[in-house]
Design a binder for this molecule. Structure first.
Ligand code: SAM
Ligand code: MG
Length: 410
């Protein structure tokens, strides 16, 4: 920018480090297609709440967090509760979140069988006798498919002058740290566990400075362990228990399957708006190529209610194929052989009436219906909007709060 000199000595991370860490973990879990995740040393639930995502974005159905500090674990419970929009826009799959108070040097039977375990910025906070048990419990006993451990990279401390890294007066990033490892130390520790319990391990990290020396590495170092022998038996056979604080059940959509005819009726209902460009779910309004009766499958799929009814895009295609009102041009587009006259359309009032109470929590037996509009009958809510408001990450104020030990890499 003109007139502004960028301060090349500034230590800040863009995006903020807390976001880089959580996003990285989320990406790895997603690529690994895990459906259940334990957060070991979960703190106030920063990662857990980040992993609570709209149903179409994440296959995770089971989350658990454990922290040694009761108050902090109770905070995690509060941060992982469903929001109003989780009730308004129901997930297609169930999701439960269990929060426990307990220490990571204790094995609890209920933690066997999870796909993934994450231990983010925790190992450097525990004393040697606790850390000594880490691999026996995590890789030897819980044996998840994938384990992600993050911890500070002490070599990066050269960028925090106040820590006097490399001098006899060197201090750690925060007082509670028992140690901060070099990359070599972290890798020796990780390799020992991987070798003992037949896991592969790869090392990476997040958080680099724009003008920093790449040789110093990332501010946060990360190990990813993957089980090479999933059929081996758990090492420990005696278990203790963490104290269960709360089980949080997310409401989800579990209406019994509807017939093709019923689904088609709903599809026509939405198509009248799509064809007349009253709602536009994919922002193709300005696409000059667009013909009114030529609709992309993606546009129909973007409608929350259609996803509830069809569950998969393939089923949506099947339903469309079953009707002579449509020709599928390819797998991605249809031609609609019907004219919709909006003036004569009679609003589906009965659905509105049911709107407020027509949902239920996981486990009940009432049928769910989550119409895809809000209480204002003029105001149609498309999934594009919907996704934006159902992203269950941190509210901004928690992001700010978190930056205390996030942005500085602590
Ligand atoms: C720096 S915080 C990290 C929290 C969280 N993983 C995150 O990244 O947002 C370290 C957490 O580890 C927890 N902790 C420390 N020792 C523990 C132990 N032995 N067992 C379980 N949690 C522990 C602390 O209470 C604290 O919440
Ligand atoms: Mg720390």
């Amino acid at each position: 920018m003109e007139g502004e000199e960028e301060d090349k000595n500034l230590v800040y991370f863009d995006p903020p480090l807390w976001r880089q860490r959580r996003s990285f973990v989320n990406e790895v879990l997603r690529e690994s297609k895990v459906t259940s995740v334990v957060d070991f040393g979960c703190g106030e639930g920063s990662l857990l709440s980040f992993l609570i995502q709209p149903f179409e974005e994440s296959p995770i159905t089971r989350l658990a967090g454990v922290d040694i500090n009761r108050e902090i674990a109770e905070q995690a419970v509060e941060n992982c509760r469903p929001w109003d929009h989780d009730v308004e826009f129901l997930r297609l799959t169930p999701l439960t979140v269990d929060i426990y108070q307990g220490s990571i040097d204790i094995a609890d039977k209920r933690f066997l069988g999870f796909d993934a375990l994450v231990c983010m910025e925790v190992v450097e906070h525990v004393d040697p006798p606790v850390l000594d048990k880490f691999f026996d419990i995590v890789l030897g006993t819980y044996k998840p498919k994938i384990v992600i451990v993050t911890t500070p990279n002490v070599e990066f401390n050269v960028y925090f002058p106040q820590l006097k890294y490399g001098t006899p007066e060197a201090t750690l990033r925060i007082e509670d740290h028992r140690f901060e490892w070099t990359r070599k130390e972290f890798q020796e520790w990780g390799n020992s566990g991987a070798k003992k319990y037949n896991y592969s391990v790869e090392y990476t990290g997040v958080g680099k400075l724009k003008y920093g020396d790449p040789a110093v590495g990332n501010v946060t170092q990360i190990a990813i362990f993957r089980d090479l022998n999933p059929s081996s038996k758990p090492l420990l056979s005696s278990f203790d228990t963490y104290e269960h604080i709360e089980k949080i059940d997310f409401p989800y959509y579990n209406e019994p399957d509807k017939s093709y005819e019923e689904i088609l009726e709903t599809i026509h209902y939405y198509l009248q708006f799509l064809c007349n460009r009253i709602i536009d779910t994919t922002n193709i309004k300005n696409d000059q190529q667009h013909e009114p009766n030529r609709i992309k499958i993606e546009e129909i799929w973007d409608i929350h209610r259609i996803r509830q009814l069809c569950k998969t895009k393939d089923k949506l295609r099947d339903v469309l194929r079953s009707s002579s009102d449509f020709t599928l041009l390819n797998d991605e587009e249809i031609i609609v052989h019907r004219e919709y006259h909006l003036d004569s359309y009679d609003h589906q009032e009965e659905d509105y009436d049911d709107y407020d109470d027509d949902y239920e929590y996981h486990g009940g037996d009432e049928i769910l219906s989550s119409p895809n509009y809000n209480n204002d009958d003029q105001n149609w809510v498309t999934t594009t909007t919907n996704t934006a408001i159902t992203t269950n990450g941190w509210p901004d104020y928690i992001g700010d709060y978190d930056s205390g030990w996030g942005d500085e890499g602590k």
